[in-house]
Design a protein around this ligand. Structure first.
Ligand code: NAD
Length: 452
């Protein structure tokens, strides 16, 4: 029996004891997870510094704060989320109890990505614990130091109910052969397809948090100074390795140079004249991704940056201008600090450009016109639509976070994670009285019965 098989078997056995069903148990485990984050904070920040060159404060801001918020929300709302949800009664059910009972699904597999490895792996775990499931967590091997820290979870959580499996592709593939009750995957669309295929063999439902190219439309009438400030932050945070980073800009040729200049000022302000030595500017996670991003720039005109250093996996904050739809950089998700500007002739062209491609995880529109924002909202589709800002929707627990089509299926955060990892069971509790009202449904179906 493989290690992965054994782990899943242990988790299932633990689930079958029923000890994850009482809310007290789930609350205790969530508090233990909170304690893990507090007590291991230095290990987490050190690991993320080694994996992605993240600064300590950057890690606290972008990985820990949101996770703690999700735990606190689950702790304060669990009783409400897990309670039976009464539904409207009809004449037929007036004397019955009719409600939806959220029940745990069973054993959930969470496969995390490497770019925000704590946030994207442990935030789904919060909802999985809250919903009463057993969980197998598979952190990404690419952020190997952070994966190692997550192995310490067994010191805090019920070690049979919640298990961490580290390793690479072959370990993940072995896990995917096992029977789970739900698979929650974060990563690329290519691997997302493999996950869905493996899940289909067991008819296991999936949540796929994928990526893609999120466009950013800048309307020529808007305040370019503020717009570019927010875009610069959204693009270069974590060195562009953010699933919802604005992948490329669409704007009219008349404002392209102004956009470049405003972004140049913001890069200097945020990362100094020498981002390479600046504490808050990260690195590409490994050489494979470094080479991939450098290759993507080939054939395009560099307006800002472009410098790189393979020995450090460093790529300067870069803007490309006059980029054509056919260029290399427009063929795949960039996932790095390279921002192409594709000139287009106004709003309708921008909408057409977006609609000719896969549905993105996010669409960003910068405009002071509500009409422009509404038009993009009505005429396109994406996981999220954000006007006049970038990324911040990730931090709003009341908004479902997820993609559509090629950018994903299902959603999470706050109560959405709880519901995603619960079975919403229909319950109709009747008694054996009033049999007279049932006569109509029993054969023979005579006219007298129908019209009495
Ligand atoms: P990755 O390479 O770390 O892969 C993610 C997980 O898939 C890992 O645990 C890995 O072991 C597993 N895996 C990789 N190849 C596999 C295979 N052939 N078979 C089975 N399992 C396999 O991460 P990645 O895919 O490079 O992550 C980057 C992508 O993730 C980007 O597209 C990004 O947009 C997306 N992402 C999405 C979100 C979101 O919330 N929607 C968040 C973060 C990242």
């Amino acid at each position: 029996m493989s290690r992965e098989q054994l782990v899943v078997q242990q988790a299932r056995k633990a689930f079958q004891t029923g000890r994850s069903k009482p809310l007290d148990f789930r609350i205790q485990q969530l508090k233990n997870l909170q304690r893990f984050i507090t007590e291991k904070q230095n290990d987490i920040t050190d690991a993320l510094n080694k994996d992605l060159c993240k600064s300590k404060n950057g890690t606290l801001l972008y990985e820990i704060l949101g996770l703690e918020g999700e735990i606190n929300l689950a702790l304060s709302k669990l009783a409400e989320w897990a309670a039976p949800r009464p539904v409207a009664k009809t004449l037929v059910t007036i004397t019955n109890e009719v409600y939806i009972w959220p029940e745990p699904l069973g054993v959930v597999l969470i496969i995390g990505a490497w770019n925000y490895p704590i946030a994207v792996t442990l935030q789904p775990l919060v909802g999985a614990i809250a919903a009463g499931n057993a969980v197998v967590v598979k952190p990404s091997e690419v952020s190997c130091h952070t994966a190692k820290v997550m192995e310490l979870l067994h010191m805090y959580l019920d070690p049979e109910m919640y298990q961490v499996v580290t390793g690479g592709v072959s370990e993940t593939q072995e896990l995917l052969k096992q029977h789970f009750d739900h698979i929650f995957y974060t990563g690329s669309s290519t691997v997302g397809k493999l996950v869905m295929e493996a899940a289909a063999r067991h008819l296991t439902p999936v949540t796929l948090e994928l990526g893609g190219k999120s466009p950013c439309y800048i309307d020529k009438g808007c305040d370019l100074k503020i717009a570019c400030r927010r875009i610069t932050w959204g693009k270069y945070v974590n060195c562009g390795q953010t699933c919802i980073a604005p992948d490329y800009i669409l704007c009219e040729p008349s404002i392209q140079d102004k956009v470049v200049e405003e972004i140049r000022k913001c890069i200097q302000e945020f990362y100094t004249n020498d981002p390479k030595t600046f504490i808050d500017y990260g690195r590409i996670v490994n050489q494979r991704h470094f080479k991939r991003i450098i290759t993507l720039m080939e054939g395009s005109t560099v307006a800002i940056g472009g410098g790189h250093d393979e020995s450090q996996c460093y790529i300067a904050p870069t803007v490309l201008k006059d980029v054509t739809p056919e260029s290399k950089v427009m063929q795949e998700e960039i996932f790095g600090p390279v921002l192409p500007i594709v000139p287009i002739n106004g709003l309708s062209d921008a909408i057409q450009f977006i609609n000719e491609r896969e549905k993105p995880l996010a669409i960003y529109v910068f405009s002071s016109s509500k009409k422009v924002i509404k038009k993009i909202m009505l005429e396109t589709s994406s996981g999220a639509l954000i006007a006049n800002d970038c990324l911040v929707h990730f931090s709003i627990s009341d908004l479902p976070f997820g993609g559509v089509g090629n950018s994903g299926t299902g959603c999470y955060h706050g109560k959405y994670t709880f519901d995603q990892l619960s079975h919403l069971r229909s319950c109709l509790i009747k008694n054996l009285n009033m049999e007279r009202f049932n006569l109509i449904r029993y054969p023979p179906h005579t006219a007298e019965k129908l019209y009495w």
